[in-house]
Structures are given as structure tokens and as C-alpha cells.
Ligand binder design. Structure first.
Ligand SMILES: C[S@@+](CC[C@H](N)C(=O)[O-])C[C@H]1O[C@@H](n2cnc3c(N)ncnc32)[C@H](O)[C@@H]1O
Length: 221
């Protein structure tokens, strides 16, 4: 297992891995492979199941380290959130999900992960979780809704620290099927710029996901 340039992300041949938390040893979050080496456990990170893994394999760079505080919108059953929890091992992940069925699995995973806080809420209403979520270093969103840009902007404005960053996973087809994907990405970027967000990087998630990009942003000073 070799370290990569991204803190907490490892590589073995073509696969990437994160180191399983001590408290979660032997436990899988989905059907990932567990590899044991020198008293450590590494969980394979599947780019077909996690858009963040797809982005990393396509050389997406972003700020996430062992102390990061993360607001994760659209955590579903915790596939990607579990890997972020491995990386931000001394930090904390506030994982917002509105579907009760997914929340059940997320709750189960979080029992063995002290740094993963599941929140059953609709991300359209950031004020509804302001008693739980503080200012964070990273706002990460993976919600396939037509108004995903608006949801992202309102959460970034409410919760992102001054020097923090945001990552939005965009699925072109869930926004407007009458436009081609490039037009959708342009539209989203101009919406964010209007709201004083600076676009840092845009990475296509092909071949793992069709018509998806990851966009990273920071807040203009
Ligand atoms: C594509 S899935 C997320 C997959 C997950 N990020 C992963 O990689 O493990 C999108 C999730 O967003 C949730 N979602 C959709 N709209 C939402 C909203 N307004 N607030 C919170 N969650 C929402 C859905 O219930 C679904 O679980």
C-alpha cells in the first residue's frame, strides 16, 4: 500500500484505499474489499460507487485532512461518507440525508464511527440543522435534484468557514435534459459566480460516471 498525494488516501496498483478506523475494524460499509497490512486495515474505494473516488482517480485535488470538519449533503447509506470518515479521522463529518431508509443504514455505520454524525434533514433548509452543525472546512454535496446548485449555495453561505472549500457533484441529466451537459455545467458555474463563489476546479467523472462533473469552489474574499 503506497501513500498518495492526498492525505489519508492510499494506492495499490490501480485501486485506491482509505485506512479503516480502529473502531470500525473488520466492518465494511458496503461491499468494499478489506486488505490487512502490518496491523492496519485498508478499505478499497470503488469509483463506480463513489463519485469522490472517481474524481480522485481523475486527479481532482481538494483540501481534506485528518482534522477536517465536513458538512456532507446527500450522504445516502454512507458509502462515500465512510471513506471521508477514514480520512478526517480526528475531524467530524455531519452527514445530512433526507431518506429514512438510507438513514437506517447510515445510522448503523455511524455506530462504529465516532466522527460520523447522521442528520435526518432536508438540505433545502440549512437553518434546520444549525443547532448541530458548526462552521466547517469542507461542504460536500452529492444530491441529484434539479435545484442542487441552489441547495449547495445556501449551505456554503451558511456553513463554510472563510478559508474553506466546497465540492459539488453535478449530474447533468438531473438538472435539465433539454441542455447538453456542458451547457448545464456553465449554467451552474455562472449561478455560483453570481453568488460570489470562486470556481477552483472542474473535473469530469468519466469513465466511472457519464455526464457528471465535480466542481470545487471557495468563497471570494
Ligand atoms: C446520489 S445519492 C448520494 C450517494 C452518496 N453521496 C455516496 O456517494 O455514498 C443522493 C442522495 O441525496 C439524497 N437527497 C436528495 N435530496 C435531498 C435533500 N434535499 N436533502 C437531503 N438529502 C437529499 C437522496 O435521498 C440520496 O440518498
Amino acid at each position: 500500500m503506497k501513500k498518495t498525494e492526498m492525505q489519508g488516501v492510499y494506492r495499490d496498483k490501480k485501486q485506491i484505499f482509505t485506512e479503516n478506523l480502529e473502531s470500525s475494524k473488520g466492518i465494511k460499509a458496503y461491499n468494499e474489499r478489506i486488505v490487512k497490512q502490518k496491523n492496519k486495515e485498508y478499505r478499497s474505494w470503488n469509483p463506480y460507487r463513489s463519485k469522490l473516488a472517481a474524481a480522485i482517480l481523475n486527479n481532482f485535488e481538494f483540501d481534506l485532512n485528518k482534522d477536517s470538519k465536513v458538512l456532507y449533503l446527500g450522504a445516502a447509506t454512507g458509502t462515500t461518507a465512510s471513506h471521508i470518515s477514514d480520512i478526517a479521522r480526528n475531524g467530524i463529518i455531519y452527514a445530512v440525508e433526507m431518506a429514512p431508509i438510507s438513514m437506517k443504514k447510515l445510522l448503523e455505520i455511524s455506530k462504529k464511527r465516532e466522527n460520523l454524525i447522521p442528520i435526518l434533514a432536508n438540505a433545502n433548509h440549512p437553518d434546520r440543522y444549525n443547532t448541530i452543525v458548526p462552521q466547517v472546512d469542507l461542504v460536500y454535496q452529492d444530491i441529484s435534484q434539479r435545484n442542487q446548485a441552489e441547495i449547495f449555495i445556501s449551505n456554503v453561505k451558511t456553513y463554510l468557514k472563510k478559508n474553506g472549500s466546497g465540492i459539488l457533484m453535478v449530474k447533468a441529466r438531473s438538472i435539465d435534459i433539454s441542455l447538453n451537459p456542458e451547457q448545464v455545467y456553465d449554467k451552474i458555474c455562472s449561478k455560483m459566480k453570481k453568488e460570489e463563489l470562486k470556481i477552483l476546479k472542474i473535473i469530469n467523472l468519466s469513465p466511472f460516471e457519464k455526464d457528471h462533473v465535480a466542481i470545487s469552489v471557495s468563497v471570494l474574499e
